[in-house]
Design a protein around this ligand. Structure first.
Ligand code: TMP
Ligand code: ASP
Length: 236
């Protein structure tokens, strides 16, 4: 199927979204641009867009097979994915299996300890405010989603974690934590955005080395190599 890329609807930090002739379909274009700390740090990760597109495709397929509805339709080429057009719920949903990142910092906890059962956190998707951590009451106050939808989001996030954790384990990776975004589509809630080394923490099972965007955030070097290794383990 040939799909003419129409007008750009939105440009984010790592992706661009284009209209298509079908009002219910958009094209997600994955860029190599990388940002951290609310875009205070900027850079390029060579071929990141290709890795994130292919890794997201594999994971969306896995989740669909496991009964999680997603916006994924098909991968069009190296950097483009056709998706359903959704209205994004402005909540970043983080699932954590191991203490790391902002959780360790905020609560003064040691990185690397297991969290059992896993926890779900909500952040308000708002660049001007720096994506603050919010509670379910704040979600109600801001009218971001009704309580029923918040329950649905939490259940889906934990189901996604149950599907992804063994998948990565089999590929000798530890899924430390990850961020999800959901969208409204024809009256239902579906998983949207991407699932990639930009939006997950992966540690190598043996060495516990970071294989994700933390290498960029913390200037750990071998960033491209890590992204290619994730691609190899996930899609190879
Ligand atoms: P955090 O520990 O910095 O809160 O990050 C938790 C997870 O969310 C981690 O896997 C990285 C991901 N994440 C994003 O996808 N986008 C973001 O803007 C941030 C801050 C984190
Ligand atoms: N995407 C984020 C930003 O630049 C940061 C991150 O992923 O750490 O705002």
């Amino acid at each position: 199927m040939t799909l003419m890329k129409g007008t750009m609807l939105y440009e984010g930090k790592a992706k661009k979204i284009f209209e298509t002739v079908d009002p219910d379909r958009v094209i997600q274009y994955f860029k190599d641009d990388a940002t951290a700390f609310n875009a205070q740090k900027k850079g390029t990760i060579v071929e990141k867009g290709i890795v994130n597109n292919k890794v997201s495709e594999r994971l969306f397929r896995l989740l669909e097979e496991g009964g999680v509805p997603t916006h994924f339709v098909e991968r069009l080429n190296d950097r483009e994915m056709l998706t359903k057009k959704v209205r994004i719920v402005p909540i970043e949903v983080v699932v954590r299996n191991i203490i790391a990142g902002s959780l360790a910092k905020r609560l003064g906890l040691k990185e690397g300890e297991a969290i059992a059962p896993p926890i779900v956190e909500f952040y308000y998707k708002n660049d001007a405010l720096g994506d603050p951590l919010i509670t379910e009451e704040h979600i109600r106050l801001l009218n971001l989603a009704d309580p029923g939808m918040v329950g649905q989001i939490k259940d889906l996030a934990l189901k996604i974690n149950r599907l992804l954790t063994p998948f990565f384990q089999e590929r000798t990776m530890i899924l430390v934590d990850f961020k999800l975004e959901f969208g409204r589509h024809k009256g239902s809630l579906i998983l949207a955005d991407e699932i990639s080394p930009d939006t997950c923490r992966f540690w190598d099972q043996k060495t516990k080395e970071s294989m994700d965007k933390d290498r960029f955030r913390k200037d750990l070097g071998k960033i491209e190599e890590a992204y290619q290794e994730v691609l190899k383990r996930v899609c190879g």
